[in-house]
Ligand binder design. Structure first.
Ligand code: MN
Length: 724
């Protein structure tokens, strides 16, 4: 096992007056916390956080990050709380540990490749402090290094996840060394035979042995010396995973890949980079199309270097990379290196300012970038505040704008889910629909086919999709209502004037009328009346003139008034709603009707009538599943009017984690809302959940949903729905 002194010694080499006590204190704490725990290798668990801290020290990160590395598993795997960490090691360390713990709690193992980019973005968004990612990557690196001890199924799952999520993440952050090592380890576990083949192939290749590396290194070193340029040379075999992808992409055998080796020349100044490039090209012939200047145009992750491929001393192609010491540091350690330059000696500096510096720097560097997509891709890392990533119950990820609510989420899943959204659970708990979602939340929508979008939702939804759908619904709803209203007004008014609206509609007169008013349809004419943009009187006057050419309605009205004055009767009373039933059937008079027991429609909810044979009209909820089987021409439209204060039955179902407490709370809520319980049945399930079903009596839909909303807020209740 690595000793703590090795770690503190390392830190002391790159930090001025380091706070080594903090690291030592964390070491003692973590050793006690993990006492008695072992890894699968049989080693004490402590060896893992020690290795992680050591990797972080190799990346030359600050004391807080190394300390967090030592503590990173204490909250997840021991009884330690984040408050304890904060009390002992301060807020900065605690925040990093907290971030790592949050990411570790999520498993991305079995996610499809298509989701990988979203997951990476979510991790970036969750890690408000970039150091959280450094610790997470160091953690993953050590776990990959010790993967041998895991069962083979686990090896494959973890490798797949590493390849899809963590290696690209390391690349994004410019941690090339980490990325290479992770990729090679993944290849080893995912394609052991390929890994073995490449390993042996590289070793036996005549231009990849150590002797060849030494020879070329020697030639370049000599050349530098002759030209009085200070610098150093290193040769290394390309990492196995990149050889593998090259074989795969270009369909090549191992022996067809020439530049298995890359040489790196590190020089003192930018000017020297180009000088050395010229010298190399003067002794070895450059391969056309292989020269790349990432110094004048850096990569999105801040990588800078010039690359060239030349025909080397034995007639073999070799790749040569030339860069300065500083550029090399960025290439090896990416953001971490950058961090180092910026923050050296600046203790306790504001993290937001640091992030801002970093962002501004990236913006500066990328102003010259040619590919706007690359620019945007890297920019997203920094502008993560605008987005929130949440999980569906199945573990899929949805990207939403900041401030988004469960209703936005519901519409993102499916417009129907949005339209019927009746409640929401976040991380297993019921919450109000206006709750603002946070990164990593697991969101579950409770739908109810009786529910419709509410105007209130417009006050809190953030996505354009949700807004559009809700407005659309309200518009359609209002229009439908206005058309119904117009029909009623025209019928009522028409009866007074002796104009039969229903007949005129049947005879096609209303269509003609709509044309005369230049409306595209009868519905449009009606909606104009319903919205009070056109008076029923005006419509009827025209209709009258059409039906009785030569006569004028005004004359008839005067005549009627005279007659009415002569013999006052109540013969022309407007139709009254049917007494005792509380509803009015539009277009049909004096028929028997009753409420369907399958759906028990409530006052206020959309309903339809069905003309039965010999039993009058049955009233169903408009979305009652039985309607599908009905003969369409026997379905009539009906609406509520003059509702009486009589109770209507409704069935509700409540699922709760415990029974006794929930039952008394639920019944108390029902009673306090004046909801009468007609009957009830209860059942305990094997999973410990209790299911209660009540038939209750309510005045209307509003009362029912009002009390259901309250029941949903009872702690133990996981579900409260109206059932039919
Ligand atoms: Mn760990």
């Amino acid at each position: 096992m690595i000793r703590i002194n090795e770690i503190t010694d390392k830190v002391a080499t790159y930090i001025d007056k380091p706070d080594l006590e903090l690291i030592q204190k964390a070491y003692i704490f973590t050793a006690q916390a993990h006492l008695g725990q072992t890894r699968l290798s049989g080693e004490p668990y402590l060896s893992h956080p020690m290795s992680v801290a050591s990797i972080l020290a190799d990346m030359q990160l600050d004391e807080a990050t190394v300390t967090a590395g030592l503590l990173h598993d204490t909250v997840e795997d021991t009884h330690t709380t984040i408050d304890e960490i904060e009390g002992l090691f301060g807020e900065e360390v605690a925040d990093i540990v907290d971030g790592v713990t949050k990411i570790s709690k999520m498993s991305f193992e079995s996610k499809a490749v298509a989701q990988a980019e979203n997951i990476r973005k979510m991790i970036l968004a969750m890690a408000e402090d970039i150091r959280v990612l450094m610790v997470k990557l160091a953690d993953r690196l050590h776990n990959m290094r010790t993967l041998d001890f895991q069962p083979s199924v686990k090896q494959r799952l973890i490798s797949q996840e590493t390849l899809e999520i963590y290696a690209p993440l390391a690349n994004r952050l410019g941690l090339h060394r980490t990325k290479r090592e992770l990729e090679d380890l993944c290849l080893k576990y995912l394609k052991p035979d390929v890994y073995e083949q490449i390993d042996q192939g590289v070793a036996s290749h005549h231009t990849s042995g150590q002797a060849y590396i030494d020879k070329v290194t020697g030639l370049i070193t000599e050349m530098l010396k002759e030209n009085e340029i200070k610098g150093r040379v290193a040769g290394r075999t390309k990492h196995r995973y990149s050889i593998y992808t090259k074989m795969l992409q270009q369909n090549l055998g191992l022996d067809q890949i020439f530049d298995l080796i890359a040489f790196r020349i590190i020089v003192g100044s930018l000017k020297d980079c180009y000088a050395v490039l010229g010298l190399i090209h003067s002794i070895w012939k450059p391969v056309t199309g292989r020269f790349k200047d990432y110094i004048s145009i850096p990569k999105a992750n801040m990588y800078q270097s010039v690359h060239t491929t030349v025909i080397g001393p034995d007639g073999e192609r070799i790749e040569i990379q030339i860069r300065t010491e500083e550029m090399n540091k960025v290439a090896e350690y990416g953001v971490a290196a950058h961090w180092q330059y910026k923050e050296k000696g600046k203790k306790g500096s504001n993290r937001d300012a640091e992030r801002f510096t970093w962002l501004r720097q990236i913006l500066d560097w990328q102003r010259d970038l040619q590919d706007p997509r690359e620019f945007m891709a890297s920019l997203r890392i920094d502008l993560f505040q605008d987005e929130v990533y949440v999980f569906t119950p199945r573990g899929d990820i949805k990207e939403l704008p900041e401030g988004a609510t469960p209703v936005d989420f519901a519409y993102a899943v499916h417009s129907k889910v949005g339209d019927q959204c009746a409640g929401a659970k976040v991380n297993g708990r019921l919450v109000p629909l206006g709750t603002v979602l946070k990164n990593g939340d697991r969101v579950e929508i409770i739908t109810d086919s009786h529910r419709n979008p509410s105007r209130d939702w417009l006050k809190f939804v953030k996505t354009a999709r949700a807004k559009t759908r809700i407005k659309q619904y309200i518009r359609t709803e209002e229009r439908a209502r206005s058309i119904t209203l117009a029909k009623e007004m025209l019928e009522k008014e028409g009866r007074k004037l002796g104009v039969n609206y229903a007949k005129a509609l049947k005879d096609g007169h209303i269509h003609k009328l709509a044309e005369e008013f230049s409306f595209p349809s009868v519905d449009e004419l009606l909606s104009q009346v319903g919205y009070s943009r056109l008076t029923p009187r005006k419509v009827l006057q025209k209709l009258y003139a059409m039906l009785h050419p030569g006569e004028k309605l005004t004359e008839k009205l005067a005549e009627d008034q005279r007659k009415a004055a002569e013999q006052p009767t109540q013969a022309e009373e407007p139709a009254k709603p049917k007494k005792g039933e509380g509803i009015k059937l539009s277009g049909v008079d004096d028929v028997l009707f009753r409420f369907a027991s399958c759906c028990n429609p409530l006052p206020g909810e959309p309903i339809v009538g069905y003309i039965t044979r010999g039993r009058g009209v049955t009233i169903h909820a408009h979305d009652c599943t039985n309607i599908k089987g009905f003969e369409p021409d026997r379905i009539i439209s009906v609406s509520w009017e003059g509702v009486e204060d009589k109770p209507y039955p409704a069935k509700i179902r409540i699922v709760s984690r415990d029974f006794k407490g929930a039952l008394s709370q639920v019944t108390a809520l029902l009673t306090s809302d004046d909801v009468n319980i007609h009957s009830g049945s209860f059942q305990s399930n094997v999973d410990g959940n209790a299911v209660m079903e009540f038939t209750v009596e309510v005045k209307d839909l509003q009362q029912l949903y009002g009390v259901l909303d309250k029941i949903r807020l009872v702690e133990a209740v996981t579900e409260a729905l109206r059932v039919s």
